[in-house]
Structures are given as structure tokens and as C-alpha cells.
Design a protein around this ligand. Sequence first.
Ligand SMILES: NC(=O)c1ccc[n+]([C@@H]2O[C@H](COP(=O)([O-])OP(=O)(O)OC[C@H]3O[C@@H](n4cnc5c(N)ncnc54)[C@H](OP(=O)(O)O)[C@@H]3O)[C@@H](O)[C@H]2O)c1
Length: 290
Amino acid sequence: MSTLSTSLPGGTWTLGDLTVTRFGYGAMQLAGPGVMGPPADHDGALAVLREAIELGITHIDTASAYGPRVTNQLIHEALHPYPESLHIVTKVGATRDEHGGWPPARQPEDLRRAVHENLETLGLEVLDLVNLRLGNAQGPQPGSLAEPLETLVELQQQGLIRHLGVSNATAEQVAEARAIAPIVCVQNMYNLAYRQDDELIDELAEEGIAYVPFFPLGGFSPLQSSALSAVAARLDATPMSVALAWLLQRSPNILLIPGTSSVAHLRENLAGARLSLSDEELAELDKIGR
Ligand SMILES: NC(=O)c1ccc[n+]([C@@H]2O[C@H](COP(=O)([O-])OP(=O)(O)OC[C@H]3O[C@@H](n4cnc5c(N)ncnc54)[C@H](OP(=O)(O)O)[C@@H]3O)[C@@H](O)[C@H]2O)c1
């Protein structure tokens, strides 16, 4: 496993004391439509997870809110007992309503319940890394994160969580979090076309903190750009490959968690992320989100 992992595009990164492949896997879209309920193809979902491990991926991103519980249960069914090298990253701070919405759930009791639900559904005694998800479906929102983060610090002190991160956070919230506890990663929306966090990424890189873009391929509406398609065509690659290779080259602290429910797309994305983009191609791609 370890020999395979180091041969993945981008190599590895260390989150606290956990080494992960920079090319990871985001499991959210394994649940049913709208991230609610079971997948249409249960065995297909298990096959994607098993293939991720076979390929050498050692970082899977999930949350008990996905499904809810469905994605974690799939991970458990496909991969438990987990290989020692695998690190499963979860998030807490949002729940699901009957319409499939994602209302915030950041009261101390919500967070305690969510941590225990993640432990139980994943079949773990300790969660490697828990992201505190802030803001709402519209994106980050200003405001103090002290109370919810302190609740997670308590759970960490009880031995239920190894490392902490924040998600959907403003730069001010990241700074506030870092003043309260060691933060090993920030998981925010970012991709070739959505570049709100450029400055934050560079700052975090200097501090040795990982930046994990969610929606690296555009999320529910995959990236579409004529400039991206033109570069991809010239390289005889897919636009998705170019988008992932660009992220890996954008900064060494960027970790990828692209989602897919297809083994073929998983293989294609991993192979494609190896692309080496020239300065000229990078400059061309840079214009898309600026
Ligand atoms: N912290 C947060 O608030 C937050 C929010 C959203 C997501 N996340 C995390 O971020 C991860 C990634 O986000 P995401 O999965 O929603 O979005 P994404 O990785 O940007 O895109 C996934 C979409 O791209 C498609 N896709 C993947 N590879 C493809 C290929 N080679 N060709 C064509 N289409 C392809 C997938 O469809 P197929 O299934 O057909 O391949 C899927 O619809 C999630 O799994 C989740 O863990 C976190």
C-alpha cells in the first residue's frame, strides 16, 4: 500500500501526524440523488470505494450528514476493517431536513451527537480528523466559531478526535480557530473557476496547513469553460483531468477530494491528475477564474 500511495499524482501530505495521499476521494456523491437516501447502485458504490483503496488512495472525505448516514455506512461496508494507512475525514456542523436541505447544527449537543454518529456509522473508536462546517449552503458567513470549536476541542481531549479542521469558513474564522486550537486543514469551495480563497491558500501554505477544496470539479454542475476545453484538447486530456492537475500544481498544500460514483471516472481522474501543465498552460487556465 505505501509504495503505491507515494506513486500517486502529487505525492503525500501530512495532516498533523497523519500522512495522506494528496489525491484523495470525496464520498458525498455516493448517496442517492441530492445526497439523500441509498445509492441507485449499491454494489457500484462499494466498488468505487474499494477501487480507491486499490489505487493507493489513503484519504477519504465523508460526513454522517451524507445520506444521512448512508455514505458512512457504505464506507464501513466496503472497507472495514480499514487499512492502517487509510484516514477518513468527517465533518460536523450541519444536519439534514426533510427537504434535503442542510440546516446548521452547531449547538454543543448537535456536535456531540454528530461525532458519536460518525464514530458509530464508520465503526471507529477515534475520528482521525473532524472539520467544523460553518456558514450555510450559500457559503461562509461571518461570526465567531469559538463555542462550537471549543465543544470539538473537548471531544478531542476526551480522545474521540485526533485532529481538527474548519470548513466553509472565512479567513477571519480560520484565524480565530487557529488561536483556539491547532487546525490541520481548511476545507472550502475552490476550483479553477471559483477562486475566492487564493490569498488564504497561500497563507496556509506558508503555515503548513492543508487546503482541501470541495467541489474541485465544480460539484453538482461540473466545470465548463471554453478555455479549459481548449487546453484539454491540446493536451489530448479531459477537462476534468486538467482541472485536477491545475489544483495539484496551484499549491503544495492543496489536497484533492474529487467525487465520483463511477470506477471509470475515478481511474480517469487519477491518471489525468498526473498531467504536467506548462507555464503557458497555467497562465491560460489562470484567466478562467480571475
Ligand atoms: N465541506 C463542505 O461543505 C462540502 C461541500 C460539498 C462537498 N464536500 C466534499 O467534497 C467532495 C467533492 O465534491 P463533489 O463530489 O460534490 O464535487 P466534485 O468532486 O467537484 O464533482 C463531482 C461530480 O463530477 C462528476 N465527475 C467526476 N469525475 C468525472 C469525470 N471524469 N468525467 C465526468 N464527470 C465526472 C461526478 O459525476 P460521476 O459520479 O458521474 O462521476 C460528480 O457529479 C465531496 O465528496 C465531499 O466529500 C464538502
